[in-house]
Design a protein around this ligand. Structure first.
Ligand SMILES: *Cc1c(COP(=O)(O)O)cnc(C)c1O
Length: 638
């Protein structure tokens, strides 16, 4: 009856075709392969890469970034807008900027700027440090630099000076106070500023980030303020300076509807301003273009539209509103961050150990003379489990499970008998689960038992450092083994991390059969002394910078890979992960002080005779060596 397992079944089980965006696939060997140019382009085997890492002394967990995927995503969004503009005969142009806050790592931003050179991709910044990044990386006249966020005078001065020196830079007014400063400073510097207004729209987004939008949103000008702003611009005789309107209704927008209504609302404001004498050239629609992390089309980790639909709707809404009022089509700017980088990074980690639900249980267990009648009863239930009465037996068992605990605390069962009763209970659960499998009536019981009978796999990484949104927002990231995918995964496991926090687990996985989420994943039995490698995918957006040092697990190693063809690849950069010394420094422990303290205590040990001089020397050496070691576990299988 049982079909032999194969890679197609693995694809189905782990949903690879659903979330991979054409960038990941399972090859004939049962390994994950990376295909940055789609399934027909060049590919590399991820498992082979990990084996290489060991030889090159690159430690796990390791964050792997594929620059080619970033390039493909940039090309993809530009292609979508080019098509929409052509299909609709839209007159404005399309520009993209990457919001630096989504991933500020220098190699990533440099990759993006380099990959986007052909299409003049620009940068969006939300703070002074980010502005410095943008100014250092973009020096051409074509690429836009959009300055958002709270601004003080020095921020504005610097932005204007660089605009004067030839950058195509826009200062977006988020609060009325900024406008006056910009205009005065510009006058002083003798530069005509390029100003944008950030709109506070009424449209509310959907998904987890809906607070970025609506009338309660943190940023943006209300309609009253826009009118006030227009007046001030006129007073300064600076109508020409208002070049851009901007809004951002939230990240990972799950539904296309709020996007459409936001554009419509913003386009109306654009038309009104036009009639007031402001020839606004750019409509900057912000970020929010979502990624389908789970394929369900219905959760906050999913979307009910794709990039082409997004482009079509933006172009169509702008065009129809402008045509109605006879106003020239503005250029379109997007600030998509998540869309450009989410696919490009993944975290590879190894499973260091497991706790199996059945590992404490003997295969054979018999009733012996002297066993308590309760234990004998339970064994009777176990023996008589039958397919035809799954429900009844399940209820009996649940009842008995409660009794074990009570009888033990009343002193009726001794420790030995309580342990035996527990063992019988678990044996019965395993047996009952098999009986309930595939029977529609017993589906609930099967689910319950599956969840009760999950193993625990201990994984060499920190959720808080590497997948913070999984913990903070219950965001679903695809997680799966990267090899052995020709084999049937025979275990159900929760994945827990190395931190001592009970929240340090991967909170949810998508069940691609029925689109529900679950707390466990099907995985393979660990084989003696063989490493088991898994990966968390689509983590290129936001995760790195939001990650924290819980339990002092630091930054992981990061490796940048580009694909050469014929299965070959090159490692362009390796960014070493934090050593213990690095993370201790963040919390103000200094090497010299630490070493001194250990010195003092070993000297004391020598004085009172508990340490020999030689032992003291070894201790000191060991301590010093540990300071420069990785914060994660070094053995592939502990
Ligand atoms: C965060 C942010 C973005 C990026 O949003 P994504 O959902 O990652 O595309 C764009 N613009 C502004 C103003 C932002 O604050």
């Amino acid at each position: 009856m049982k079909t032999k397992w194969n890679t197609d079944l693995s694809k189905k089980l782990y949903g690879t075709s659903v979330w991979s965006g054409q960038y990941f696939n399972i090859n004939k060997k049962g390994h994950i392969e990376v295909t940055p140019f789609g399934h027909k382009g060049h590919k590399v085997d991820l498992y082979e890469i990990v084996k290489d890492f060991t030889q090159r002394q690159i430690r796990l967990p390791v964050l792997v970034r594929f620059s080619d995927i970033i390039k493909s995503q940039i090309d993809s969004i530009h292609a979508c807008f080019a098509k929409a503009i052509k299909d609709h005969d839209y007159k404005g142009k399309y520009h993209s900027v990457f919001p630096v806050k989504v991933n500020q790592q220098s190699h990533v931003v440099q990759d993006i700027v380099r990959s986007g050179q052909g299409v003049h991709l620009g940068l969006e910044v939300g703070s002074k440090p980010e502005l410095l990044i943008a100014l250092s990386l973009i020096s051409n006249k074509e690429s836009l630099i959009i300055c958002n966020g709270f601004k003080d005078k020095p921020y504005i001065e610097m932005a204007l000076m660089f605009q004067k020196s030839g950058r195509n830079l826009f200062i977006v007014i988020e609060r009325m106070k900024e406008l006056q400063i910009v205009l005065e400073t510009a006058k002083k510097l003798k530069v005509t500023p390029q100003i944008g207004f950030r709109l506070k729209l009424h449209t509310q987004s959907t998904g987890k980030w809906l607070n970025s939008s609506g009338s309660k949103s943190k940023f943006g000008l209300t309609t009253t303020e826009i009118i006030e702003g227009a007046k001030i611009l006129k007073e300064f005789n600076a109508q020409e300076s208002l070049k851009l309107l901007h809004f951002h209704i939230g990240s990972q927008i799950t539904s296309i509807h709020p996007i459409k209504s936001a554009i419509k609302e913003a386009a109306r404001i654009l038309c009104e301003l036009h009639h007031l004498g402001f020839n606004v050239q750019y409509m900057d629609v912000g970020g929010g273009l979502g990624i389908d992390y789970d394929g369900s089309s219905q959760s906050d980790s999913s979307t009910n539209y794709d990039a082409q639909e997004y482009a079509n709707d933006i172009v169509f809404q702008l065009q129809s509103t402008c045509d109605e009022k006879n106003i020239p089509h503005p250029d379109i700017v997007t600030e998509s961050g998540r869309f450009l980088v989410a696919h490009s990074s993944l975290l590879i980690f190894n499973v260091v150990d497991s706790h199996l639900v059945d590992q404490d249980r003997p295969k054979e267990l018999q009733i012996e003379k002297g066993d308590h009648p309760f234990v004998c009863d339970l064994f009777e239930i176990y023996n008589n489990l039958h397919r035809t009465s799954v429900n009844e037996s399940f209820n009996d068992l649940v009842e008995k499970k409660k009794d074990i605990h009570q009888l033990f605390s009343y002193g009726v069962l001794n420790l030995h008998q309580a342990a035996k009763a527990e063992q019988i209970y678990w044996m019965a659960c395993v047996k009952l689960k098999k009986m309930a499998e595939g029977k529609e009536d017993d589906e609930d019981i099967f689910q319950y038992l599956t969840s009760a009978l999950t193993d625990t796999y201990f994984c060499n990484f920190s959720i808080f450092q590497s997948l913070p949104d999984s913990w903070a927002l219950e965001h679903t990231f695809p997680v799966m083994p990267i090899h052995r995918l020709k084999e049937e995964p025979d275990r159900y496991a929760r994945l827990v991390d190395l931190t001592c926090d009970s929240d340090g687990t991967v909170h949810q996985f998508m069940n691609y059969e029925d689109w529900t989420t679950q707390k466990h994943l099907r995985v393979h039995s660990l084989k003696n002394s063989q490493p088991y490698f898994m990966a968390a995918f689509l983590i290129g957006a936001y995760q790195e910078i939001l990650g924290d040092l819980h339990n002092l697990f630091g930054d992981t190693e990061a490796v940048h890979i580009s694909i050469l063809g014929d299965g070959r690849y090159s490692i362009d950069h390796r960014v070493e992960g934090d050593n213990i010394y690095d993370v201790l420094k963040y919390v103000q422990y200094h090497r010299k002080d630490l070493m001194n303290q250990i010195h003092v205590s070993t000297e004391e040990g020598i004085r009172n005779g508990s340490l020999s001089r030689k032992e003291a020397g070894i201790l000191l050496k060991q301590f010093e060596k540990s300071l420069s070691s990785y914060t994660y576990l070094s053995e592939l299988r502990a």
